[in-house]
Write a protein that binds this ligand. Structure first.
Ligand code: PGU
Length: 418
């Protein structure tokens, strides 16, 4: 007898949805599609030779350890390196405050697992990273959205939301995914002050920090929270939980990220990780440590920052040439993405099949909002295509936008779906 599987799934599983980015990866793997969809680093920049040499050194010098089971909280030298990076900016953390995760995506999932009961509120920027929503939807989160502008989250709108006792506030301060905007220094200070006043927890997700094309680094929220709290010499006990990753600066395929938090939170996250995957791949953790230790990280970041800045410039220039006048977009100072706003009432998802048929892909903006709306936005990635592909892809997209905006009734969102 055939099972009715959907009936058997737990309520948690019924709340699960697919990532629009992951789904699109299948389409964009077709060689003739120019993809501005996934947040993929430039493959031609991957440090393949250095990774091969580091792998040989590790296997020669550490042999069996690299192939053995390891501790759940991670490879200790790598935990120490992450702690040292933050300590250098005044955050009083040691290796025990760091949990190595299988990409920072796992950190988001584990945070949901340990903090969220069904119905719990989470404050998110509008728009926000769709796979964080995907992770927390499974745990039954409900969302409070804070509007954002070119300076990031509008902290002036935060107070009434904090009064509703959210479990945490999720913030991407640098070159936000999907919008590309950066939270201003004044708003960082305001956010941390408000969080302290309301005893709110902040999750700072920071994969793009090192990919700054211009301007000065701004303090991390966890730095500001450290400056505010604790006697000199005391250990970190602030309310900001910091997630970072080596995906965008070395390789996403290695799946190595980290989360930094007070001891009690790390302890609970470690229990949650034990049942998820025992530990992150040892060889990959050792590889990452070897590469950051050898100075490869700094050298490589300098190369890809120059490369991505040039690609951003080509994309902005091409958009200015070929996008219709009523279309708006952000001008990111770093990261991998920019965010396009179409006239109200145009559904970007409805344009996607036409775009893919014309050989160009983007991520429609709806899924970056908990409610799936507004839908007149889209995300473009500029790190994964050559200058020629960017010019060609943007020209194709410009043509499609031009045609669709001149016949709005065809693509208008039906009133019921708005
Ligand atoms: N947090 C943010 C803000 C991200 O943008 C991403 C990746 C992650 C966490 C997770 O990255 P890890 O590799 O797990 O460290 N964002 C990519 C995901 C791409 C994909 O293939 O799903 C993106 O395109 O938005």
């Amino acid at each position: 007898m055939q099972q009715d599987w959907s009936e058997r799934f737990a309520q948690r599983a019924q709340r699960m949805t697919s990532s629009a980015i992951r789904e699109l990866l299948k389409v964009t793997e077709q060689p003739d599609v120019i993809s501005f969809a996934g947040g993929l680093p430039a493959p031609e920049a991957f440090p393949i030779g250095e990774v091969a040499e580091a792998a040989q050194r590790i296997l020669r010098d550490q042999g069996a350890c690299a192939l053995q089971y390891g501790a759940t909280d991670g490879y200790r030298p790598l935990r120490g390196w992450v702690a040292e990076t933050l300590r250098a900016t005044g955050v009083p953390v040691s290796a025990e405050h760091v949990l190595i995760t299988t990409g920072s995506q796992q950190a988001l999932d584990l945070l949901g697992k340990v903090f969220l009961d069904p119905g719990d509120r989470v404050v998110v920027e509008a728009p926000t990273y769709l796979a964080a929503l995907q992770a927390w939807n499974a745990y039954g989160a409900s969302y409070l959205e804070v509007p954002a502008d070119d300076d990031g989250m509008r902290t002036s709108a935060l107070k009434p939301l904090l009064r509703q006792a959210p479990k945490f506030v999720y913030c991407l301060p640098n070159f936000q995914n999907p919008s590309g905007v950066t939270l201003s220094r004044a708003r960082r200070e305001r956010l941390v002050a408000l969080a302290t006043e309301h005893r709110a927890v902040v999750i700072e997700d920071d994969p793009y920090r090192d990919l700054r094309f211009e301007g000065e680094d701004l303090p991390r929220l966890i730095e500001l929270a450290s400056a505010d709290s604790g006697a000199p010499g005391s250990e970190y006990d602030g309310s900001v939980i910091y997630a970072c990753t080596f995906s965008k600066v070395i390789s996403p395929g290695l799946r190595v990220g980290a989360v930094v938090a007070p001891f009690e939170v790390i302890h609970k996250l470690t229990q949650a990780k034990q049942s998820a995957d025992l530990h992150t791949a040892m060889l990959n953790q050792m590889l990452v440590y070897e590469l950051v230790q050898s100075g490869l990280l700094q050298r490589h970041v300098a190369v890809i920052v120059d490369m991505y800045r040039a690609r951003r410039d080509v994309m902005l220039d091409a958009m200015a040439r070929s996008f219709p006048a009523r279309v708006r977009w952000t001008h990111p100072a770093g990261g991998l993405f920019l965010w396009v706003t179409l006239p109200a009432g145009v559904d970007a998802a409805a344009l996607l099949p036409t775009a893919v048929a014309a050989g160009v892909a983007f991520v429609p903006g709806g899924p970056f909002h908990p409610s799936g709306a507004p839908v007149n936005t889209l995300r473009l990635n500029f790190s994964n295509a050559s200058h020629e592909q960017i010019r060609e892809g943007i020209a194709r997209l410009g043509g499609i936008l031009g045609a669709s905006l001149s016949e709005p009734e065809r693509l208008a969102v039906p009133a019921a779906a708005r």
